[in-house]
Design a protein around this ligand. Structure first.
Ligand code: CUA
Length: 359
C-alpha cells in the first residue's frame, strides 16, 4: 500500500506546487518581449508534444486492451515481422514534426541573438565568485567614470537593454527567467542578452540568479533587476553617479577610518571630502560600496539590507554565506569571499553607520 501511496503523494505535492501563481522566477511568467518569444515557442512545442503523447498513449492503451491474453488463448501470440508502410510512416511523421518545430526555434534563436538596434542601453555584466557587477559604460560621471553597482541592476521600462557579459574567474550563467533567456557568462569571452521589459513592468523588481554551478556559494549568487519608469531611472542614475560623503562626525567618521584601513583592500568607493573634490579609493575586487545603503540586499541577494544583517555579516561573513576567504589571493586579484577581521562590536557598529548612510 505504502509503495503506491508514497509516489502518488510525492507526485501530487509536486504537481500542486507547480500550480502556484506566485512564480517570480518562472519563464512561464514572461515580462519582456524576449521572454514572451521564448514563452510562445515553449507553448507551441508543448502543444505539439501533448498531441504526440495523446496519439501514442491511445495507440498503446488500445493495443494493450485489444490484444490482451484471454482465457483459452495460446501462450504465444501470432508472430509477425515488419510492416513496411507503418515503419515508413513512423519515420517520416516524426521527421516532419521536428522539421516543423525547427523553423520557429531557429527564428526565435536568431531574433534573441541579434544585436540590439536603435536606441538601447548598454550594461556590462561581470560575473564574480560569488556576486554580480553591473557597469553602465554610457552613463558616466564628470570624471568619466562609468556608473558601477553590484547585485542590483536598474533598467528603464521603455527600451531595450543589451547586456554585454563576461566573467573574471569561472563560468557563471546569467538568468532572470521572467525577462530573458539563460546565457553563460564566460571568462575571456563576451556573450550578449537583450531585455525589453513590457511597459506595465515599470516599478517592479524581477529576481534572477546564477544558473551555472560556480563553486561553494553558487546558490547564493543572486541578483535583482529593477525595471524603472524613465523618471525613476534618471533619478537613480543621477544619484548613483554622485560620490558618497566622507562623514565628519562619529560613529560614521570612525567607521570611515576602519573602512580605509581594511575594507578598501577589496572594495572600492567614490568619496568626496568636505573640500569638495571626489576620489575613488580602494581596489575593485569586491562589490563597489559607494551607494551600499541604497541597495535592498546584501551578500548578492541573500539577505535584506538592514543594519542588523549587515552587522552579522561583518562579524562573521562565512556564517551568513558559504565562502572560502582563506583562499583569497589579493596579489593575483582573486578573492573567494570576505574574511572575518575580528572587529569588536563598536567597530562594527561604526562601519554599519557609515555604509548604511551611503544611500
Ligand atoms: Cu556563479 Cu553559479
Amino acid at each position: 500500500m505504502l509503495r503506491i501511496a508514497i509516489p502518488i503523494l510525492v507526485f501530487g505535492a509536486l504537481f500542486a506546487a507547480s500550480c502556484s501563481s506566485d512564480l517570480p522566477q518562472s519563464s512561464l511568467n514572461p515580462r519582456s518581449v524576449e521572454a514572451g518569444r521564448i514563452d510562445q515557442l515553449w507553448s507551441l512545442v508543448l502543444w505539439i508534444s501533448v498531441a504526440v503523447f495523446v496519439v501514442v498513449e491511445t495507440a498503446l492503451v488500445y493495443a494493450i486492451v485489444r490484444f490482451r491474453k484471454r482465457p483459452g488463448d495460446e501462450d504465444e501470440p501470432k508472430q509477425v515481422h515488419g510492416n513496411t508502410r507503418l515503419e515508413i510512416a513512423w519515420t517520416i511523421v516524426p521527421a516532419l514534426i521536428l522539421a516543423f518545430v525547427a523553423v520557429p526555434t531557429m527564428v526565435t534563436l536568431s531574433e534573441l541573438r541579434s544585436p540590439a538596434e536603435g536606441d538601447f542601453l548598454r550594461v556590462e555584466v561581470i560575473g564574480h565568485q560569488w556576486w554580480w557587477e553591473f557597469r553602465y559604460p554610457d552613463i558616466i560621471d564628470s570624471e568619466g567614470r562609468p556608473l558601477t553597482t553590484a547585485n542590483e541592476m536598474h533598467i528603464p521600462a521603455g527600451m531595450t537593454t543589451e547586456l554585454q557579459m563576461t566573467s573574471v574567474d569561472v563560468i557563471h550563467s546569467f538568468w532572470v527567467p521572467s525577462l530573458s533567456g539563460k546565457r553563460d557568462v564566460v571568462p575571456g569571452r563576451e556573450t550578449y542578452l537583450k531585455i525589453t521589459p513590457d511597459a506595465d513592468v515599470a516599478g517592479q523588481m524581477i529576481p534572477g540568479q546564477c544558473a551555472e554551478y560556480c563553486g561553494l556559494a553558487h546558490a547564493d549568487m543572486r541578483f535583482r533587476v529593477y525595471v524603472d519608469s524613465d523618471d525613476t531611472f534618471d533619478t537613480w542614475t543621477a544619484a548613483q553617479l554622485e560620490p558618497s560623503p566622507i562623514p565628519s562626525s562619529d560613529p560614521a567618521a570612525a567607521g570611515y577610518e576602519t573602512f580605509t584601513q581594511l575594507c578598501t583592500t577589496c572594495h572600492q568607493a567614490n568619496v568626496v571630502g568636505p573640500g569638495g573634490s571626489s576620489e575613488v579609493i580602494g581596489a575593485a575586487l569586491g562589490p563597489d560600496l559607494t551607494h551600499f545603503g541604497s541597495r535592498s540586499t546584501i551578500g548578492a541577494g541573500i539577505e535584506e539590507n538592514t543594519a542588523e544583517h549587515l552587522a552579522e555579516w561583518i562579524a562573521d561573513p562565512a556564517s551568513v554565506k558559504p565562502m572560502t576567504p582563506e583562499l583569497n589571493d589579493i596579489g593575483a586579484g582573486r578573492i573567494l569571499g570576505m574574511p572575518d577581521y575580528g572587529l569588536d562590536e563598536r567597530q562594527i557598529a561604526e562601519l554599519v553607520s557609515l555604509l548604511e548612510g551611503w544611500k
